[in-house]
Design a protein around this ligand. Structure first.
Ligand SMILES: [Ca+2]
Length: 156
């Protein structure tokens, strides 16, 4: 019985075997942008580090396919809109990042959040290797609702 699926380089795949390429997707990007010394410092180069101090973790730069030493480009900042009384969050990410899960959290007090893992409908393909996923709030907006995008790195 196969317990999990991942992309494989081999035709026909290799079910249940670890695939090194799949497991090191973030690491590959990391090595393009950081030297050995920086890689040793997770606060600088790790998924939750923020190399350029723009307030977006490196994971966001990776998800956008951008240089972590430059501010996240405006089109990759999560965008919110109200739609028929519900908050919708638009999150633009690269298509080829197979080790990423994109989700959104919604809530009313910035303390407790409801996670939405499933984007609405088909992603909007921008034709440049990126797509926009749309997440809708679990509840209608009362006095106030908050939303935040989540980029989650799958554990190897
Ligand atoms: Ca950053």
């Amino acid at each position: 019985m196969v317990s999990g699926w991942a992309l494989s380089r081999q035709e026909g795949g290799n079910p249940n075997a670890a695939d090194v390429v799949f497991a090191s997707q973030f690491e590959g990007w990391q090595r393009e942008h950081f030297n050995e010394e920086q890689i040793a410092q997770t606060g600088v180069s790790g998924p939750l580090g923020d190399a350029d101090g723009d307030g977006f973790e490196n994971l966001w730069s990776y998800a956008a396919g951008q240089d972590p030493w430059k501010n996240l480009r405006a089109e990759f900042l999560p965008r919110a809109e109200m739609h028929a009384g519900r908050l919708r969050l638009f999150v633009r990410v690269r298509v080829d990042a197979v080790d990423l899960q994109i989700a959104a959290d919604f809530g009313e007090d910035l303390v407790s959040w409801s996670r939405v893992d499933q984007a609405m409908g088909a992603p909007v393909d921008h034709g440049d290797g990126t797509q926009t996923l749309v997440f809708e709030d679990v509840a209608e907006g009362g006095v106030r609702r908050f939303g935040r995008g989540q980029v989650i790195l799958s554990s190897p």
